[in-house]
Design a binder for this molecule. Structure first.
Ligand code: FMN
Length: 445
């Protein structure tokens, strides 16, 4: 039996990197946010490394004080990925689209158009947006959770029905006979739900993969699991430990099973933030030169994670033997791995520079460090694939492709190249056109 292989995705946001200070580095174009050549270059580098997809999260709002930090979002995911589609050949293009604020007809139209123009490489990350800044931009309060999820079920059902409404053999385009469309195969869907509705049909033919692949991103709440279990082919998540990831992956697979699907049809995708450098020390110095990791608040937070009182100015010494013996990791899922780093004897500054308080696990150092992490998680059934966020994209994507990917390939746990042309091929998920006949209509009728 061929060995199971992991897949990788690359996060695409504002073009700078996952480190807040990436935009300030002298070799980084400070206009990367609007310079699509930068996005294209990053996409081409990821494609060179055989990445299965690019992933653009989307929070269309100014959500924090951006006086000194960047926007951390693309200007517009669909337009960015459309530009990238024209400059790449294989890599999948996964954009986020809100089931809370967007109309299903718009979603169906834009995503299927992206799928057709990219020759079957599009994915839709269907999110139940709950961010108050985003809601305000749509002139609305944050909707009640129950309403958001009911609307999400209806929206995905209507979108998938619209995708299938131009049936596979509808487009005759016979110049001789003059028949353009076989109207028996281009039909309205006439769906009317409680929240959304559409008559259809959608005037877009199938792509090389039929229709876009549906993704979910979120935490494992029962509502989210029920949604993803029914419709999604990939579940993007943030987890810090292998046991946490194993439990979530099992829950996601179980949700698919309960919806009458094969659990292998939904892939579990875990985040990783990377700093690739010749040595761990060089990687820590690279991170420290960007600041961000080391602030007085983070020293205090680290102390809380260890159940210790750490003074904010206490940066240059490691934890003493007594402190390490007294340390009790808090409930924070990052606490145990942070303590492991502290036990290696790093100073408080260097412990923080390992990214122990970041929003995903962080790996720092030569290619082997990153490859070991990915292999350990993959072989523990904690992930089917990973979404990678390099610290500074300018050189971080190429470094990952040149230093990490060859090791993964050597170890036989990562494909040598693309074996197919579509996103479905890269993820190893089955064909689907229109709604999944195994999933009974929940709310839309
Ligand atoms: C890894 C991850 C990525 C997410 N990406 C987005 C996103 O791009 N846009 C968005 O509006 N919400 C995003 N979310 C938020 C979720 O879709 C969801 O709305 C949020 O976790 C609130 O949960 P709830 O809807 O179950 O209350 C993301 C969540 C996670 C964990």
């Amino acid at each position: 039996m061929p060995q199971k292989k992991m897949f990788l995705g690359l996060t695409i946001t504002d073009g700078y990197g996952s480190n807040n200070e990436a935009w300030r580095r002298a070799d980084v174009d400070p206009s990367s946010y609007t310079n699509l050549d930068v996005a294209v270059r990053n996409a081409q580098a990821a494609e060179r490394g055989g990445f299965a997809f690019l992933f653009t999260p989307d929070f269309p709002a100014v959500r924090s004080n951006v006086a000194r930090s960047t926007i951390q979002n693309t200007m517009d995911p669909m337009l960015t990925l459309t530009v990238i589609a024209r400059e790449t050949e294989r890599i999948g293009l996964v954009a986020t689209g809100s089931t809370t604020f967007q109309e299903p007809f718009n979603l169906a139209r834009q995503f299927k158009a992206l799928d057709v123009l990219s020759h079957g490489r599009a994915g839709w990350n269907a999110v139940t947006t709950s961010d108050p800044y985003v809601a305000a931009n749509y002139g609305q309060p944050v909707a009640d959770r129950n309403d958001r999820y009911r609307r999400a079920h209806e929206t995905v059902q209507v979108v998938q029905a619209l995708w299938g409404s131009w049936e596979k053999d509808a487009w005759v385009k016979d110049q001789e006979s003059g028949q353009f469309i076989d109207m028996d195969h281009l039909r309205p869907i006439n769906l009317q739900g409680e929240y959304v509705a559409s008559r259809g049909p959608l005037a877009i033919p199938p792509s090389e993969q039929g229709q876009p692949v549906v993704f979910s991103a979120g935490g494992p709440s029962p509502d989210m699991l029920a949604l993803a279990g029914r419709y999604s082919s990939a579940f993007i998540t943030e987890v810090w430990t292998i046991p946490e990831a194993q439990a979530q992956r099992a829950a996601v697979r179980d949700a698919a099973r309960q919806a009458g699907r094969d659990p292998d049809e939904i892939k579990f995708v875990v985040g990783l933030m990377t700093t690739v450098a010749p040595t761990v020390r060089a990687g820590l110095d690279r991170r420290l030169s960007l600041a961000g990791d080391v602030t007085p608040q983070r020293v205090l937070q680290l102390g809380q994670m260890f159940g210790l009182r750490l003074e904010p100015g206490r940066l240059d010494e490691p934890l003493s033997a007594q402190e390490l013996a007294a340390a009790r990791p808090s409930d924070d899922p990052r606490a145990e791995s942070a303590l492991e780093v502290a036990r290696q004897g790093w100073s408080v500054r260097d412990v923080l520079a390992h990214g122990v308080i970041d929003y995903h696990p962080v790996t720092v150092g030569p290619g082997k460090v990153h490859a070991d992490h990915l292999q350990e998680w993959f072989e523990a059934d904690a992930a089917d694939g990973f979404w990678i966020s390099p610290d500074v994209y300018h050189d971080g994507v190429d470094a990952f492709v040149d230093e990490v990917v060859p090791i993964l390939r050597e170890r036989g746990i990562y494909p040598d190249g693309y074996s197919g042309a579509t996103l479905r091929d890269h993820l190893g998920i089955p064909d689907q056109y229109g709604a999944d006949p195994r999933i009974a209509g929940a709310t839309a009728t």
